[in-house]
Design a protein around this ligand. Structure first.
Ligand SMILES: NC(=O)c1ccc[n+]([C@@H]2O[C@H](COP(=O)([O-])OP(=O)(O)OC[C@H]3O[C@@H](n4cnc5c(N)ncnc54)[C@H](OP(=O)(O)O)[C@@H]3O)[C@@H](O)[C@H]2O)c1
Length: 249
């Protein structure tokens, strides 16, 4: 596999969970990694320390992906430290499982702004760089866009929009050598899913029963796939939305 030696990667929401696993895998493949977070500075610094302990390069940068000014500062900081950004992983997201009657206008805006506007703002910032001749964007979607779990209408709608955005953006940015793909993880053990009471729940038991490989995912399961999509080995893959769920569909 070709290396990511010359790459500068931003991973949004990498202070914990799948983003942390993805940041470590990208650093392990040679990329310099910007570990983005919104509130959890300590978590982001732990990820940076783990990467440094293995000889990798990383910095932690606070930025709220729902805010255009923050996103521009995130890219400025990344470029200042490591040069042009040519790998972007849109991982930051918020999730609620709730009945339709619980969806307020405020919750709609919080979820859509984080899960959809965030990736749009970061993709714009990557594309605004006029000194890159190739780049790879990987959007983290969910297998829920195929399985359509109950009480996840807003979350699944936001991620289905991410899948569509991925395919359309790939068409627009392809002529500039910017590839755009998404992956659809299955239910996984993360700080976020723990906070929602997923481990040990009836939903977790059902998810395992519905997964041919017989378990839930871990942050380590997704890093190698993202590192592959970020590398030149994936040079002919764009506009794809790839299921990575132990076979759950
Ligand atoms: N876990 C699962 O079962 C599962 C399954 C399928 C897909 N996914 C997808 O995988 C991704 C990661 O999920 P996870 O479970 O690892 O999440 P998590 O443990 O809840 O972590 C979420 C991360 O997103 C960051 N974040 C939230 N809002 C942000 C904002 N406005 N700006 C910047 N960062 C923000 C958080 O930062 P701070 O904590 O620093 O605020 C944190 O680093 C998400 O896209 C999710 O939809 C997860």
């Amino acid at each position: 596999m070709s290396s990511n030696n010359t790459r500068t990667a931003i991973v949004t929401g990498a202070s914990k969970g799948l983003g942390a696993g993805i940041a470590k895998a990208l650093a392990g493949s040679g990329a310099a990694v910007v570990v983005n977070y919104r509130e959890d500075a300590a978590g982001a610094e732990r990820v940076v320390a783990d990467i440094a302990a293995k000889g990798g390069r990383a910095i932690a940068v606070r930025s709220d992906v729902t805010r255009g000014d923050d996103v521009r500062e995130l890219f400025d900081r990344a470029r200042e430290e490591y040069g042009p950004v040519d790998v972007l992983v849109n991982n930051a997201a918020v999730v609620t499982f709730a009945p339709l009657s619980h969806i307020t206008e405020e919750e709609f805006q919080r979820e859509m702004n984080t899960n959809l506007l965030g990736p749009i703002l970061t993709t714009q910032a990557l594309a605004a760089q006029d000194d890159i001749d190739a780049a790879s964007i990987i959007n983290i979607s969910t297998a829920g866009t195929l399985t359509h779990p109950s009480y996840a209408s807003l979350y699944v709608a936001s991620k289905s929009a991410v899948n569509a955005f991925t395919i359309v953006a790939a068409k627009e940015l392809g002529p500039r050598g910017i590839r755009v793909n998404a992956i659809m993880p299955g239910p996984s053990d993360t700080e976020g899913s723990r906070a929602m009471g997923f481990p040990g729940s009836a939903q977790e038991a059902q998810a395992i029963a519905d997964t041919p490989l017989g378990r839930t995912g871990t942050p380590e399961d997704y890093g190698p796939l993202v590192a592959f999509l970020a590398s030149d080995d994936a040079r002919w893959i764009t506009g794809d939305v790839i299921l990575a769920s132990g076979g759950m569909r």
